[in-house]
Design a protein around this ligand. Structure first.
Ligand SMILES: Cc1cc2nc3c(=O)[nH]c(=O)nc-3n(C[C@H](O)[C@H](O)[C@H](O)COP(=O)(O)OP(=O)(O)OC[C@H]3O[C@@H](n4cnc5c(N)ncnc54)[C@H](O)[C@@H]3O)c2cc1C
Length: 368
């Protein structure tokens, strides 16, 4: 029922703008409005704070179905979870009430600020600093590649509070867009997910009350990593949705397109490609849903499973979307058809929330 509801909404209110959003590299406001009005923009927020209280699997299905028609739009529910999960996992009750309530209402989105210009895969090498001053912390630094920066009202920011302790000297904070000293860089000009703004976040002597710290001092990096264990599964869901969208489109196209006097779908060479695409998608789906169940239960092997789901599903998305372009021949290579957009969008799922090399490092360290 949930899938049917989201699919109808996505097809009616999000899909019609997907090509335009990509072409113009503009934020998918129509998608945000549609998701907010159906309470699907941040489904993971617990009911206690006015949220829909969806479990990890339901959240995955929402993201998958939105990504099936528009990958950029699927970053609305996905990044709202990524940005706010540190507060849900480690924040004080006051912090949860203060920030989860407007998020649930659709009054403000959340972004997640871990990466920096010189700290990507090695996120613990960050330089952004937070210095205690009485009842405040003062933050200075640059966060890079921040999804939905400028659009979001709230930012979870990881910053160094004790430079002698590396990852154990990092703390997490909630920073608001309206805090004095917060500003944003120009939107990055990207290969795909062009509708999702990616910008730098500048923190220039940003003074925030000390109670905006998420959890204890020095626990921010652990919270950031624990968050990724859960949210990598949402990237797997995004990849899965993109792949399914490409397969669905190609499946229809091969029935219509005639060469050598018959639909190309009649050729076994084409049928085998479609079979492989569907098989890979189904394997990715099973891995992703199993990981979502582990996320919900907090199983001990979540770290391995989340990394495996993200890595596998994103590789599948890249293969399937590339094959979808192939199935459309020359037409697939043009922007008159959606599969080249899907191929460009798929690529990022192999890169963010840890590249697939980093996922393999994570899996190798947590072998079942
Ligand atoms: C569109 C977009 C949106 C993003 N959104 C966010 C966001 O909202 N919040 C956020 O905090 N970050 C975000 N990121 C950042 C993203 O998570 C990083 O880009 C990613 O973690 C890789 O870091 P890097 O780009 O610095 O690459 P690097 O770390 O410089 O890696 C370069 C290459 O080296 C490889 N490599 C690095 N170390 C190793 C190793 N030990 N072994 C093997 N290979 C290695 C990598 O896999 C990669 O292939 C986003 C990035 C993009 C492009």
């Amino acid at each position: 029922m949930l899938r049917d509801a989201i699919r109808s909404l996505a097809e009616a209110k999000i899909a019609p703008y997907a090509a335009e959003v990509d072409e113009e590299a503009r934020f998918p406001q129509e998608a945000l409005d549609a998701l907010v009005s159906s309470d699907l923009h941040a489904v993971h927020v617990p009911e206690t704070y006015g949220g829909a209280g969806a479990d990890a699997l339901a959240t995955v299905i929402v993201i998958e179905e939105v990504a099936r028609v528009c990958a950029s739009s699927s970053l609305i529910p996905a990044v709202n979870k990524l940005g706010s999960l540190p507060v849900i996992l480690s924040g004080s009750e006051d912090l949860k009430k203060k920030y989860m309530t407007p998020l649930a209402k659709g009054d403000g989105m959340f972004s997640y600020c871990l990466s920096e210009p010189d700290a990507g895969s090695d996120a613990a090498g960050m330089k952004t600093k937070a210095v205690r001053d009485g009842d405040s912390y003062v933050l200075n630094g640059v966060k890079r590649w921040i999804t939905n920066a400028g659009v979001s009202d709230y930012y979870t920011v990881m910053a160094v509070t004790d430079p002698t302790k590396r990852s154990k000297g990092i703390s997490a904070f909630v920073v608001e867009k309206s805090d004095e000293g917060v500003s944003f860089g120009a939107p990055e000009k990207k290969l795909g997910i062009k509708g999702s703004p990616t910008r730098e976040v500048y923190l220039d002597n940003v003074r925030i009350p000390a109670d905006r710290m998420i959890g204890e001092e020095g626990t921010g990096f652990a919270t950031a990593m624990k968050t990724l264990d859960h949210t990598r599964i949402t990237i797997a869901a995004q990849a899965l949705g993109i792949a399914q969208g490409a397969l669905d489109y190609a499946k229809g196209y091969v029935q219509e397109r005639k060469q050598f006097g018959k639909p190309i779908a009649d050729f076994q060479g084409i049928q085998f490609m479609l079979a492989d695409m569907a098989m890979k998608i189904e394997a990715a789906r099973q891995l992703t849903y199993a990981a979502a169940a582990k996320s919900e239960r907090g199983d001990a092997d979540l770290t391995f499973q989340g990394a495996a789901a993200k890595c596998f599903a994103s590789d599948v998305a890249m293969e399937v979307t590339t094959d979808a372009v192939q199935l459309l021949g020359g037409y697939g290579y043009t922007r008159d058809y959606p599969v080249e957009r899907m191929m460009r969008d798929a690529k990022i799922t192999q890169i963010y929330e840890g590249t697939n090399q980093v996922q393999r490092i994570v899996m190798a360290r947590n072998l079942p």
